[in-house]
Design a protein around this ligand. Sequence first.
Ligand SMILES: [Zn+2]
Length: 362
Amino acid sequence: LHSLEKSSKPVNLYGHLRKNEKLCYVLAAGVMNHDLPCIGKLYSDNLPAEGYFCGLLKDDEITFHVNIKKQWHKADVVIVDDNDIYKRTPFSSNLLDVLGKTRVVFFGVGSVGSRIALGLARSGIKNFRLIDPDIFSVENVARHVCDMTDVGRYKVTAVRERILRINPQAQVEIFPYDILSQRDKTKNNAFSDVHLIIASTDRKSVQLRINNECYHRSIPGLFVGCYDEARAGEVLFILPGITKVCYECLRGGTRQQEKSRQYDYSTAKSHEDYEGEPGLNAAINQVSDIAEQHAIALLLRNEQCEMSRLIKPHNNLLFISSGLGEGFYYLRDAYCFTKSFEVIQPIMKEPWTNCSTCQKSL
Ligand SMILES: [Zn+2]
């Protein structure tokens, strides 16, 4: 090794060094803009002066060495090809190619958004924008993909790290602030080249604004929410100009209900307090998982594949009951779940006539 000193510039290697297990996982090389640790440098014909890990390229063969207590040991290295990640998805290489080129924007990476984001990263989506001004707190641990090691961080930072652990080559842009109140240029950048917007902000006022942006910019949207301690949830997708009912249509139809029941979100003191409502992790996940399948279907809706059949414009709304959902009334008491784990798909043919979004902007 010593004979290879003094030569060309090293290339940084990123991944995980498991000294205890004598394993190095090289997940990426070169210049990275994310949180994977740099575990060493690759010298084509040089040995690092310092450091605990190196790869040596000699006669077209790379051997890796790890320095433990100033002694070099040959190391087993797994070099990951990101195509291998998706070998066990149900998608052909053509479909993976389509998914890999799409970009999904998340408004909200709380319990719902974070789970869907990681799910999409596992399914072949590689380009993400995460928008959420919230800081991850101890109370979030019970129902979020992140954990105690993330307390005090922006949710978008922590979720980006989780996505990059799934696919280190993914592109994840983060916005730890309210993008909707930014100047037009910043806002337009956040919405540029986007194939799907997933809104799970837990705030009706924000969801309504996102709905408006979807229509204004002709971008498909997916709205996900849980109600009454996640006894029930809803998934609504919109394809501007194609689906008949938008998020405002849905909420507009429930405005009268607010008088008698006071709030959509039952136990919350106000709409804006809803995010503090408790809910069982598994019940929230059930709703998120149904939404996630619709997200993939929306991205593949123009492709010849089974997933695209999920997208039926007249069936763009699903009500879902969880384990405790039996007897739960929904939407002006028009729908009642008769059992646990039920999915109701009302046929939505007519928009709300007073809708200021889909009835005026088109
Ligand atoms: Zn509407």
